[in-house]
Design a protein around this ligand. Sequence first.
Ligand code: GRF
Length: 201
Amino acid sequence: MGRLAVLISGRGSNLQALIDAIEIGKLDAKIVLVISDRPGAWGLSRAEKAGIPTKVIPWEGEDGRTAYFEKMVGILHEAQVDLVILAGFMRLLSANLIKAFPHQIINIHPSLLPAFPGLGAQRQALEYGVKVSGCTVHFVDEGLDTGPIIVQRAVPVCDSDTEETLSDRILAQEHETLPEAVALVLSREWQIRGRKVICEY
Ligand code: GRF
């Protein structure tokens, strides 16, 4: 059974989707640790309610970046984590963490990458005028939302959409997509050729 760590900064609804998928037997995994860079993150309460250990590592600014993630590497190793999931974690990881967990860190992003990376992806999609957007789960590399794509799901963009209505429509898909992507990665039935994640079944 895969041992997961989930990194959050806020609401934690994707964390909740993982908790629920495990509880109903859709995902064979155990969340062994939830880490937040913000003490008040709502997702911490969700983890506590589910009996999952939590750890707050407060962000101390860009100057302490490498040391911050070195500390996190130690904590993740100690927890014997197989897969690290960024679920609304709002920091760019540093190279030392990525190297410590090769192809063992994934992120969920609310757009069809490579369109609209970074903050405000739903707003970017609306401003650009695309007719379709969606969500992407990808492996994390050192770039901003640039790693190999594992799963994508599309949703329509309506003329009447606001940032909120589009975000809600995408979020509903995120909650389906993330547990599926985690199950796929844990199955090890994939390989990476170039940028492509190829499923072997
Ligand atoms: C999600 O839209 C996710 O794609 C993005 O941040 C948001 C986190 O939401 N990276 P939540 O904290 O999981 O509710």
